[in-house]
Ligand binder design. Structure first.
Ligand SMILES: CC(C)(COP(=O)(O)OP(=O)(O)OC[C@H]1O[C@@H](n2cnc3c(N)ncnc32)[C@H](O)[C@@H]1OP(=O)(O)O)[C@@H](O)C(=O)NCCC(=O)NCCS
Length: 186
C-alpha cells in the first residue's frame, strides 16, 4: 500500500498519450491559449483571458492550492509535441472527510478523442490510491454536454442539481453534482 500523499513533491503521472505534471513558467503561453478560447470557458465562472498576465495569475493559484494542501492542478502535456493541451486536477480538499473535487479542461482541437477519459482515470487512481480519498466530486453545468457525457463514461453518479447555485457572467447557473466513491472504483 502506498503511503499517504504528503504534498511535498508534485507528482508526475503518465497516461497512454499524455504526461501530467506541475506547471512551469513556460506554460503560461499554452495556458493563455487554452483559457482565451470562449469554447473552453463557456461553462466556467470567468470570461476568456485577454492577456498572458491572466495566465500567470491562474498559475499562481495552482501554486497556492498545492502549498496550502487544498488541491493539485496537473498540466496535460501531449507527449508527442510536449505542448500543454489542457489541465486537470483536484480542489477544495476536505481532509477530515477524505473528499476532493475534480476539474478539467482541454483545448478544442483535442476534444472527442478520449483524452480526458484517459486523464481523469489516471487522476482518479491517484486520488483514491495515493491521496486515499473516499469520494471524488464534480460540479457540471447541466448544459455542458461533453462534460456530462464524460461523467457518464467514467461511471460518476449524479447526486442532484444545485439550483441557481452561482451567479456567473451576469446570470444564475445550476450545477449538477456528480460523485464517485472509492468503493465504486475498480
Ligand atoms: C469536457 C471536456 C474536458 C471533454 O474532453 P474530451 O477529451 O473531449 O472528452 P472525451 O473525448 O474523453 O469524452 C467526451 C465525450 O463527449 C463527447 N463530446 C465531446 N465534445 C462534445 C460536444 N461539444 N457536445 C457533445 N458531446 C461532445 C465526445 O464525443 C465523447 O463521447 P464519446 O466517447 O461517446 O465519443 C472538453 O469538452 C472541454 O475541455 N470542455 C471545455 C471545458 C469544460 O467545460 N470543462 C468541464 C467543466 S465541468
Amino acid at each position: 500500500m502506498n503511503s499517504e500523499f504528503a504534498f511535498t513533491d508534485f507528482p508526475v503521472l503518465q497516461t497512454e498519450r499524455c504526461t501530467l505534471r506541475k506547471a512551469t513558467e513556460n506554460d503560461r503561453y499554452d495556458i493563455f491559449e487554452l483559457y482565451s478560447q470562449e469554447a473552453v470557458v463557456k461553462y466556467m465562472p470567468f470570461t476568456p483571458f485577454i492577456s498572458v498576465e491572466d495566465a500567470i495569475d491562474e498559475m499562481k493559484w495552482y501554486d497556492k492550492i498545492f502549498k496550502e494542501q487544498s488541491g493539485l492542478r496537473w498540466m496535460i502535456e501531449d507527449r508527442e509535441t510536449q505542448k500543454v493541451i489542457g489541465t486537470c486536477g483536484f480542489l477544495n480538499y476536505e481532509q477530515d472527510h477524505h473528499r476532493m473535487e475534480i476539474g478539467y479542461d482541454l483545448m478544442p482541437a483535442f476534444w472527442g478523442k478520449g483524452i480526458m477519459t484517459e486523464v481523469v482515470n489516471r487522476v482518479m487512481q491517484f486520488g483514491f490510491l495515493n491521496i486515499r480519498l473516499n469520494k471524488i466530486e464534480a460540479r457540471v453545468e447541466p448544459k455542458n454536454e461533453a462534460s456530462l457525457i464524460l461523467m457518464n463514461k467514467l461511471g460518476f453518479y449524479k447526486e442532484g442539481v444545485l439550483r441557481q447555485h452561482e451567479f456567473e457572467k451576469g446570470r444564475y447557473v445550476d450545477l449538477a453534482v456528480f460523485s464517485k466513491l472509492k468503493s465504486e472504483y475498480h
